[in-house]
Design a protein around this ligand. Sequence first.
Ligand SMILES: Nc1nc2c(ncn2[C@@H]2O[C@H](COP(=O)(O)OP(=O)(O)OP(=O)(O)O)[C@@H](O)[C@H]2O)c(=O)[nH]1
Ligand SMILES: [Zn+2]
Length: 276
Amino acid sequence: MAESDWTFDGGQARPSGVERMVNVQLSTVYGDFLAVGYLDRNRGDEQMALIYGVTEGDIGHSDIGDGGIGDGDIGDGGIGDGDIGGGELVQGGPCDGVGGDGMLTRVHSECLTGDAFGSKHCECGEQLSAALHAIASEGRGVLLYLRGHEGRGIGLLGKLRAMKLQQEGLDTVEANLALGFPADARDYEVAADILHDLGVRSVRLLSNNPRKSEALMRHGIKVTEQVPLLTPPRPENITYLRTKRERLDHHLPHLDRGPDRDPELAMDLHGAADWS
Ligand SMILES: Nc1nc2c(ncn2[C@@H]2O[C@H](COP(=O)(O)OP(=O)(O)OP(=O)(O)O)[C@@H](O)[C@H]2O)c(=O)[nH]1
Ligand SMILES: [Zn+2]
């Protein structure tokens, strides 16, 4: 088994659950990214990472299963070995992750209603947009769009049922529990495996959720900083956001303040929709 087929959780080596299948340039309204497609060997999910600041040429082969970024063995030419901002990848040395400050990274849970349809029930779509803006502004970074995380891991139908229960008065945690699901059923092993494959060992995580940081760290990804990804509360989602703060420990300090009273907040939005 090649070195790239292993990943490291808390110092323990285990077979990686992902296989890198394809790299392709992806121009977006936020900038030009490299899309890297993976197969989750365990669940069969197709997954994708969007990387800013590298080109397909920089990362070498898109052949498959045997290459991290820059030729790919873990510890051998990952993103962290390259000068991503300059588009030049130095191969062959030991991988130090992204170095001192960490790679600006968003690990985004799939949300069809928010990401694709602009639902106001949650803030996922605005966070996705803000994260891509932030990564492009920084000049480098990674976004993982995690399939299988829909509805905090309970699936689309589960989430729609949970939303219906919320319209009847339950909060988001109560709704999951009433349907027989845990409050949060997500697993981050596949995210850690993809980051390992890319040679990213250390991240500044765009997230308000400390449990997400803890989960990544349990899987061997060092989180050097949790970078807030705050969006303007709306009448439609304020209860939902307060529940996340009060019951799921999310850092959402802005919910009781407005941008006028907290001018720094607007900077945290990284291009999220205007306050209104
Ligand atoms: N079960 C359930 N899931 C929801 C609901 N609204 C949004 N989601 C899902 O929640 C997931 C996002 O999780 P959140 O808890 O909002 O945020 P997070 O990703 O943990 O934290 P951040 O990194 O700060 O965004 C997405 O997969 C959404 O589909 C809901 O009412 N019930
Ligand atoms: Zn959502």
